[in-house]
Design a binder for this molecule. Structure first.
Ligand code: PDD
Length: 287
């Protein structure tokens, strides 16, 4: 079955899908994106993803290419046309196509919208989470507006490749004060010896992860203690557990940081329980 992409008003064969060479996303990384999990055919935490998408657009003064109702239809149609039951749907919006010029283009230029969807192997993801992942640390080198889900991901790409080359899955950024901000494409968490879940406050230095927000809600409903505060790599190494969250990773245990085991070097029970129960607490938006 050939894959289908939505590109600026049309559903086209994925292999033939293209944007113009003067799309501002291509030339300036002048755009934003979202990744939403698809599970059993439903969009997970769609409302939170769309709220963040609108915020990212607003922060960059990019117009919404269509209203929310229409966008939801495009998301479902793209998932449906690709026959995705478990996987992701990806949304990218750029400031549009215009002659290369740093200034914003005239108002007549419409923002560009691309939506793709692809399947993921759930069994493989579960096996990966059951094994846990390793992370490395690296100095924070991104711009301060990481709260905007911009497609300008070059530092993230480099950090994640560095992790891969080191046999790890994720790189945790460490800010100038020695505190972990987040991962290249995930939020960072630890579980203290007292069983408190700790994750950096969303005010600065991190993307306001949707999975992070849902895990906070879930932990509170399960009467677990959550502290939104920054932590250091040393604290994380000495913690009982560590884990990462993202729409693509859900809750994934971290078993080593910079080559040193976290806890007993195996996925921790708290992270595994949060992963197992995540979808009881996340919002399911059916088609
Ligand atoms: N990444 N931090 C960063 C830098 C991210 O890129 C992401 C998501 C997250 C987790 O956010 P959420 O829980 O809303 O997925 C945190 C997506 C999945 C990606 O770039 O593929």
């Amino acid at each position: 079955m050939s894959r289908i992409a939505y590109v600026n008003g049309r559903y086209v064969r994925h292999a033939a899908a293209a944007v113009h060479i003067e799309d501002r996303g291509y030339q300036f990384a002048d755009g934003v994106y979202e990744v939403c999990e698809v599970r059993d055919g439903a969009l997970i935490d769609e409302a939170r993803h769309l709220t963040r998408l609108k915020r990212s657009l607003k922060e960059l003064s990019i117009r919404e290419p269509m209203d929310e109702k229409a966008l939801k239809i495009v998301l479902r149609e793209t998932v449906r046309r690709n026959r995705v039951r478990d996987g992701i749907v990806y949304i990218q919006i750029t400031r549009g196509v215009s002659r290369r010029d740093h200034y914003f283009p005239p108002d007549s230029v419409r923002p560009a919208l691309v939506v793709t969807s692809r399947s993921a192997d759930r069994a493989k993801a579960e096996a990966g989470a059951a094994a846990g992942v390793k992370v490395i640390s690296t100095p924070e080198n991104r711009w301060p507006r990481v709260d905007i889900k911009s497609v300008a991901l070059l530092p993230n790409v480099l950090a994640k490749q560095m992790a891969k080359d080191a046999g790890a899955k994720e790189a945790w950024y460490v800010d100038a004060s020695g505190h972990v901000t987040e991962g290249g494409s995930t939020n960072a968490w630890i579980v203290t010896k007292d069983g408190v879940l700790v994750t950096r406050p969303a005010e600065s230095g991190i993307l306001r992860g949707v999975t992070r927000a849902t895990v906070i809600d879930m932990a509170e409903k399960l009467q677990m203690r959550v502290q939104e505060r920054a932590f250091t790599i040393a604290e994380a190494k000495a913690a009982k557990e560590a884990f990462i969250t993202a729409a693509t990773a859900l809750v994934t245990p971290v078993i080593a940081i910079d080559g040193e085991p976290v806890g007993d070097g195996a996925p921790g029970p708290v992270a595994l329980a949060l992963r197992r129960r995540f979808h009881e607490f996340a919002e399911r938006a059916d088609g």
